[in-house]
Design a binder for this molecule. Structure first.
Ligand SMILES: N[C@@H](CCC(=O)N[C@@H](CS)C(=O)NCC(=O)O)C(=O)O
Length: 416
């Protein structure tokens, strides 16, 4: 890589030359950007269309997504806006009047409800591991719902008080221990013989529990239950899961509007963890040296991947965060230069607020994978902290009741 001769930010052309090449969305690893997945087959083999959210956040969509990826079923994707992020597309409301996601077309037949969708897929393509109606799988599916309810009763009920917090935490922990026991009863790190629909059903919400309980309760699920940590580690060995995996920051700020509120317990541990999740640096150090978010070491190209993803959406990002002003464009080039060269660089005076606002809105996996997002958030923060006029500027607050600040429309030009 050519180093710049002085402290000036790299030009857009120079930045382009540093960006990672685009991965193969159709036949390469699982990714949230794909509109078609073929797994090396002909397009004529496609029997499935998955209607899922633009935001790559909907947990029920993640369940179906992961199942299709694990089973390597060719499918098309049509993306829809969740009400929390913007206006629902009229064409989708004509197809599914409730507007609920996911929906799936199989051989031209429309199916809604994620469990019905998995059942239909299983009938058409065979089970993923053990069938959904297998008694052990059924029992695990019921356990997942119980765990989900206990999580909601801890996370989403305001004013629990000290005693209520303790009781809700204990009730959740008992069910998490039951999940851990079920995992320990299996021959490997998954519930049954190998990864199956039972694991896929647990993934979306246990991922959200792990993130939200760290942020709002200072509770580290993976540290508390070794079998759950080993399960995550086994998942994190799979490119299917890594393509769909979100991070603590994204879940912490996307859950409140979806769940009707998430309530912090205010403990010292909770506040410390929340501050680190919001602003880094990463990884968040644990006493045993582990990383509570991921067992994956950072890929060598994570900064270049982050850069490529920003450059792809450069125009709407400049409009949204800098109102198209040259000042912000220069600040962003400074941050991107720092991202690649790891060399601190001051932005134009008065741009720290916009840089930090952007850092708070990077969404994983929608925008980029976990490690790429960490790098980009760090580079934006480092650049903001060197603002000659306002180094401590605070970002615009992240809305709690909706996320229309994340409306996907400006980013869809030329993509649909
Ligand atoms: N029981 C349904 C639940 C699906 C669901 O709650 N989907 C939410 C997103 S996570 C939704 O589409 N809400 C409407 C919206 O956000 O626009 C299933 O399993 O598919």
């Amino acid at each position: 890589m050519d180093s710049l001769p002085d402290g000036r930010p790299a030009s857009w052309e120079q930045l382009e030359s540093w960006a990672a090449p685009e991965a193969d969305r159709i036949d390469g690893p699982a990714n949230p950007q794909a509109r078609l997945r073929l797994f090396g087959q002909e397009e004529s083999a496609v029997r499935v269309t998955l209607y899922r959210d633009h935001h790559a956040w909907c947990p029920y969509c993640q369940k179906v997504w992961l199942w299709l990826e694990e089973h390597r079923i060719p499918y098309r994707v049509r993306k829809v806006t969740m009400v929390c992020y913007g206006e629902k597309e009229p064409w989708f409301l004509r197809l599914v009047p409730s507007g609920m996601l996911p929906a799936l077309e199989l051989d031209g037949r429309l199916i809604t409800e994620s469990d019905r969708i998995l059942e239909a897929l299983e009938l058409a393509f065979g089970p993923l591991g053990r069938p959904l109606a297998d008694p052990q799988v059924l029992a695990l599916r019921q356990l997942e719902r119980l765990l989900f309810r206990a999580w909601c009763q801890w996370l989403c009920v305001p004013g629990l008080g000290e005693r209520g917090e303790r009781q809700a935490a204990e009730a959740f922990d008992r069910l998490a221990a039951t999940m851990a026991q079920a995992l320990e009863a299996g021959p490997g790190h998954f519930f049954l013989d190998d990864l199956s629909s039972a694991d896929v059903v647990f993934v979306p919400y246990v991922e959200r529990m792990n993130a939200s309980l760290a942020y709002y309760k200072g509770h580290l699920l993976r540290q508390r239950h070794g079998a759950i940590d080993r399960w995550f580690r086994a998942l994190e060995e799979r490119s299917t899961y890594l393509g769909s995996q979100s991070d603590f920051h994204t879940h912490a700020h996307d859950l409140p509007p979806q769940m009707g509120g998430c309530y912090a317990n205010g403990s010292d541990i909770q506040r410390g963890l929340a501050a680190r999740i919001d602003r880094g640096p990463w990884p968040i150090p644990m006493a045993d040296g582990s990383d509570p978010e991921t067992s994956q070491i950072e890929p060598a190209d994570s900064a270049a991947v982050a850069l490529a993803r920003v450059l792809r959406h450069r125009r709407p990002l400049l409009d949204r965060y800098g109102q198209g002003e040259e000042r912000f464009a220069t600040a962003l080039r400074a941050a991107l230069t720092t991202l690649i060269e790891r060399r601190p660089m001051a932005p134009p005076a008065g741009t720290a607020m916009e840089l930090r606002t952007l850092a708070q809105r990077i969404s994983v996996p929608r925008d980029m994978p976990l490690h790429a997002a960490r790098r980009l958030r760090e580079a934006l923060e480092q650049t903001a902290s060197l603002d000659p006029r306002d180094p401590d500027a605070v970002p615009l607050p992240t809305p709690l009741h909706h996320r229309r600040d994340q409306d996907p429309r400006p980013f869809l030009q030329g993509i649909l």
